[in-house]
Ligand binder design. Structure first.
Ligand code: NI
Length: 178
């Protein structure tokens, strides 16, 4: 078990475009486990490898309250996206910031499992949002990119100031942190 450091916005490494995983081998499975540990410890409901400074296309998600429903997506691809929904999003890399983002209501995603097996999953609601949010991370995108320039500036300044003072952000109860 290892808890990894999570990059904080506006760290330029969050702009890394992750590369596909060529083979799901022991080091990749170890990274998946460490990512799950890191997400649970944070706590959050989703984490992308780019957020722990690993340029691999790997996402972990668990929406359960008791860490019982881990989804692992290696090389995830959205095959189909339908409808529209907007929920208030947060992100482990953007502490204490929450804002609504418009995304597809349902998606069909194809990925490899932790065992390296290909699967397809149809998701809607929060799981769908989470998948879209995490795949954005793999493409160097953060949810604040969807907000107005003014809001982005404010968030960036606030987090830079916090980093300077080395204030530990307080985690926000049961808000959605992806
Ligand atoms: Ni995030």
């Amino acid at each position: 078990m290892a808890v990894l450091d999570i990059l904080v916005y506006p760290d330029p490494r969050l702009r890394t475009i992750a590369k596909p995983v060529e083979r799901v081998d022991a080091p990749i499975r170890k990274l998946v486990e460490d990512m799950a540990d890191t997400m649970y410890q944070a706590p959050g409901i989703g984490l992308a490898a780019v957020q722990v400074n690993a340029a691999k296309r790997i996402v972990v998600i668990d929406l359960s309250k008791d860490q019982s429903d881990l989804h692992v997506f290696i090389n995830p691809e959205i095959l189909k996206a339908e409808g529209r929904q907007e929920i208030e999003e947060g992100c482990l890399s953007v502490p204490e910031v929450f804002a609504p983002v418009s995304r597809a209501e349902s998606v069909v995603v194809r990925a490899l499992s932790k065992e390296g097996e290909r699967f397809e999953l149809q998701a809607d609601g929060l799981l769908s949002v989470c998948i879209q949010h995490e795949i954005d991370h793999l493409d160097g995108k953060v949810f604040v990119d969807y907000l107005s320039r003014l809001k982005q500036d404010r968030i960036r300044k606030r987090l830079q100031k916090q980093a300077k003072r080395a204030i530990q952000p307080v985690s926000v109860g049961d808000a959605v942190t992806l």
